[in-house]
Each structure stands twice: as C-alpha cells, then as structure tokens.
Design a protein around this ligand. Sequence first.
Ligand SMILES: C[S@@+](CC[C@H](N)C(=O)[O-])C[C@H]1O[C@@H](n2cnc3c(N)ncnc32)[C@H](O)[C@@H]1O
Length: 248
Amino acid sequence: MSSYQVMRATWEASFEEQVARHAYNTAPVEALVRNASYYLRDRDEGQDLSRLHFGELGCGAGPNLVWLAEKGIEVSGVDIAPTALELCRRNLDQTGHAGRLRDLVEASVADVPLPDASFDGLFESCVFQHLNREDRRRAFAEVARLLKPGGLFVGYMLDAGHSIYERAQSEEVADDPGTLILEDGSSNIHLSNIGLAHFFRAEEFEELLPGFSVVDPCLTTYYLPRHEARKRGYDQYLQSMWAVYAIK
Ligand SMILES: C[S@@+](CC[C@H](N)C(=O)[O-])C[C@H]1O[C@@H](n2cnc3c(N)ncnc32)[C@H](O)[C@@H]1O
C-alpha cells in the first residue's frame, strides 16, 4: 500500500470507530474561532462576508466549516476519510448551509487538488501533527500556495510540552525530532493509538511558513479532569497545544 492508502485506511477506521461510539468532534475548535474572529473583525467589520472563501484541511465532520458558514462565508473542506466527508456534507445540509459549500475534496492535505490562491482563510486542527516530516513540509507549502496574499491561516497542533511527549520522548524518530510512533492497537480514537504524532516547537512555524508577514504561535495548556485522564490510562494528562495565527 502507498503511504496515502495507509493514511486513508487509518483515518477511515478511526472515523468509523468514532461514529460507532458517537465520539467524533461536533463542536467548533475554540482556538480557530477566536483567531478567525479577530481577523474577520479587523478586516471586514460591517461588511458582507459572503464574498470570502475559507477552507479546512482535514475538516472531519465539519463543525468548524459550519461555524464559518453561519457567518455567511463560503466554505470548502479537504479530508482523506470518505466517512468524514459524508458527515461533513450532512452536517452542512442539516444546519441549512448546503448553499455555502463550494468544494468537498477527498485528498491528502499534502497534495490538494485546488488552484493557487483559492482561499481567504484556511483552518487546520489536529491534522498536520500526524504527518511525517516530508508530508508536514508539503502540507505547510500547500497552505502558502492555496492562500491569497493577506490570507489567514489558523492551525491547532501538539506542543512538545504535552504529557504524552514528555513520557515517551526517548522513543522519538531518529531523524525527526519531536515525532513519536504511538500504537497500542486497542483503539483508533485516542492520540496514543493513531500512529505518528509530531510535537511542535515554536521555532518550527517560522521555518514552515517562510515569507508570511505574521507567524504567531500561541501556547494553550490545561490539565484534563482527573476522571478523563484516567479513561486514557493516565493519572495526569497535560494537554499542550499551539494555536498558530499566520498571515500570508
Ligand atoms: C482529529 S480529526 C480533526 C477533524 C477536524 N479538523 C476537527 O477539528 O473537528 C483529523 C481529521 O484529519 C483527517 N486527516 C488525517 N490525515 C489527513 C491527511 N493526510 N489529509 C487529509 N485529511 C487527513 C482525518 O480523516 C480526520 O478527519
């Protein structure tokens, strides 16, 4: 199997399990909402947002696209898992936003079959962190290619202060610092079972987004409630994530 087929099979299995357990994300991600809100207020106060086109790379069931569509913004989604795309389409339909959908594309975020400068804004949440080094570079290069000048990128991804990384960093991939291969085969839902996870450091973002006028990674960390940590097999679980705000 090619690496695309492996990723597709992994995420399709994960999504099927998430659907069966009613465990997939249905809420807009706060870091995306807050950063996009500031950007839109600054750029478009009082103006008609329907002329803007935003996309999400790895859109899952589409809660972030629904949030954008509610504002009147035209949206497109890219995902590697057909089940996620089906859910995303249904979600936009059921919330009355089918008319705001431009494209739903089954593809890897590392190679998106859409034209240059298609987007005023792009979201990414918990997707780039699961790419190997080469695909990670290609995915960030796709962000740069797909955005119009002045366009917004907001990404939400793992930080090296995360408790999973702190516990397992001795096992990181030799030629890719920050990357762990986490697999215990019991479930496709939790981070520790999806396979590759990359834990970013602040300085990586400037390198991955060369030529951007703003690259502003903001760290968000919080402890999961003890009972939730225990469900995942930990006494303490520090969720540490970057909210990256960048302007092309
Ligand atoms: C953790 S989920 C997050 C979904 C969504 N961003 C959210 O915030 O609800 C990761 C999503 O990225 C998709 N994905 C993973 N690797 C991908 C890749 N290489 N290309 C495109 N989509 C990918 C998965 O199928 C899944 O829908």
